[in-house]
Write a protein that binds this ligand. Structure first.
Ligand code: 5AD
Ligand code: SF4
Length: 438
């Protein structure tokens, strides 16, 4: 009988894709996926160090697994991902959860099948965490979450060292994949029926594949791939967003008119302390340039509330920026300390209640603007890539517009994976309701 596995994924799309690769490697070895963790022979927890409470949730999940491990010592528990790149996490696991079988990091996922084999066959406990990059390993399989869309890494790591952020420490320095490797992968995805790709990197704008190929050039090359319909990317750092990239939005018909451009704060003073290397004015200028060159472009962002030293005036600058840009949506974060980052040592931490009060005001403003912007879609016809049926109602299907708006509509199974025209009836805060255009 074949062995079974289950993966729990925390965090961003990078982690999601790492989990797809791990699943792909296990499937190649003849393992079968199961829906419930309790039915698995091998349980994998892919961790995140960025999202709020990620560590609490992780250790909570580990706690749940203890009983299962006691009942069945053959049950293999693997933990991996960003948290494992932090020594204090490994120390905690060794001290409090010594029954964990495999600990491995973000730089050596390719070794995962070997580690699992050792654990299953030789009952060997293993810790394998590389502290930094190494060469990029190409050709790893991946089990995609969707048939019609795929995540594609183009670069790994980050050199920016924003003072609040743990990523440069957990994902290492920037490394770009060779353009030929990326193009080969995307061509084979397109041949496999994939219509949309999402290019992934902590800072895709600093992608450099070779002498000639910067990020904009890569987009032009990917735009030529037959069968592919849509190209998206995330995340962009505002300081590196070039005019050439803006021009790519104009020239590349497959490049979706949507950009995620994290601003983090609207106060130039706070941005400086965050080491973001742009001012509020520069960000607004960039947005104006994008909007002028690419009419109708939709925009989303990340904002941190309550960075150390943030005053009411600083926060109002953020509200002002949000009102000026009118983001289609935004991810909002309460600042929280990450061990080992420069901001951990800043003394002027903002009290929790002040952070929460500002956070609520910001979310109210963002939601009001989202609802207004989505309301403008009523009556328009949008092309939607259909992703699947709703979990609660088998007649309701959903998909995304070019601008990344989520649309719900009544449809049929055969639409899944296809681009269909949907007339928008109503815009809500987080989604649009529509009906299929016959
Ligand atoms: N506290 C709060 N939010 C953070 N982010 C990164 N580090 C922190 C932190 N220490 C947010 C940033 C980033 C997003 C992925 O997570 O907004 O863009
Ligand atoms: Fe973190 Fe800044 Fe790098 Fe983004 S650009 S991953 S926020 S250090």
């Amino acid at each position: 009988m074949s062995k079974t596995f289950h993966i729990t994924t925390f965090g961003c799309q990078m982690n999601e894709h790492d989990s797809e690769v791990m699943a792909g490697m296990l499937l190649e070895k003849g393992f079968e996926p199961v829906k419930e963790r309790r039915d698995a022979d091998v349980a994998i927890i892919n961790t995140c160090s960025v999202r709020e409470n990620a560590d609490k949730r992780f250790f909570g999940t580990l706690g749940q697994l203890k009983r299962r491990k006691k009942e069945n010592p053959d049950f293999v528990v693997c933990v991996c991902g960003c948290m494992m790149q932090q020594q204090h996490v490994i120390d905690t696991i060794k001290a409090k959860y010594p029954w964990v079988d495999i600990i491995f990091g973000t730089h050596n996922i390719h070794q995962f099948p070997e580690l699992v084999d050792n654990a299953l066959n030789e009952k060997k406990k293993q810790i394998e965490v590389w502290s930094d990059g190494g060469d990029i390993v190409e050709g790893l399989p991946a089990k995609r979450l969707y048939d019609c869309k795929a995540l594609v890494n183009i670069m790994f790591g980050c050199n920016n060292f924003c003072t609040y952020c743990i990523v440069p420490y957990t994902r290492g320095r920037e490394r770009s994949r060779q353009p030929e490797e990326i193009i080969k992968e995307v061509k084979s995805l397109a041949e496999d029926g994939v219509k949309e790709i999402m290019l992934l990197g902590q800072n895709v704008n600093s992608y450099r594949g070779d002498e000639q190929t910067d990020f904009a050039r890569l987009l032009y090359r990917l735009n030529e791939i037959e069968g592919l319909e849509r190209i998206r990317f995330m995340t962009s750092h505002p300081k590196d967003l070039s005019d050439r990239l803006i021009q790519a939005f104009v020239d590349c018909n497959k490049l979706c008119k949507n950009i995620h451009l994290p601003v983090q704060s609207g106060s130039s003073r706070v941005l400086k302390k965050m080491n973001r290397r742009y001012t509020k004015e520069q960000y607004l200028e960039l947005v104006a340039k994008l909007k002028a060159a690419v009419p109708g472009i939709t925009m989303s962002t990340d904002i941190i509330v309550g960075f150390p030293g943030e005053t009411e005036e600083d926060f109002e600058e953020t509200l002002d920026l949000v009102r000026k840009v009118r983001f289609d949506s935004a991810f909002t974060f309460l600042y929280s300390i990450r061990k080992g980052t420069p901001a951990e040592k800043y003394e002027d931490q903002v009290p929790e209640e002040v952070k929460h009060e500002r956070f609520n005001r910001l979310v109210d403003l963002i939601n009001t603007i989202s609802a207004e912007k989505n309301g403008e879609y009523a009556g328009r016809v949008e092309r939607v890539l259909v992703e699947g049926a709703s979990k609660t109602n088998s007649k309701t299907f959903s998909g995304r517009t070019d601008g990344f708006k989520l649309v719900n509509f009544e449809g049929t199974k055969d639409m899944v994976g296809n681009l269909v025209d949907v007339e928008i009836i109503e815009g809500k805060t987080f989604s649009l309701d529509g009906r299929i255009v016959k």
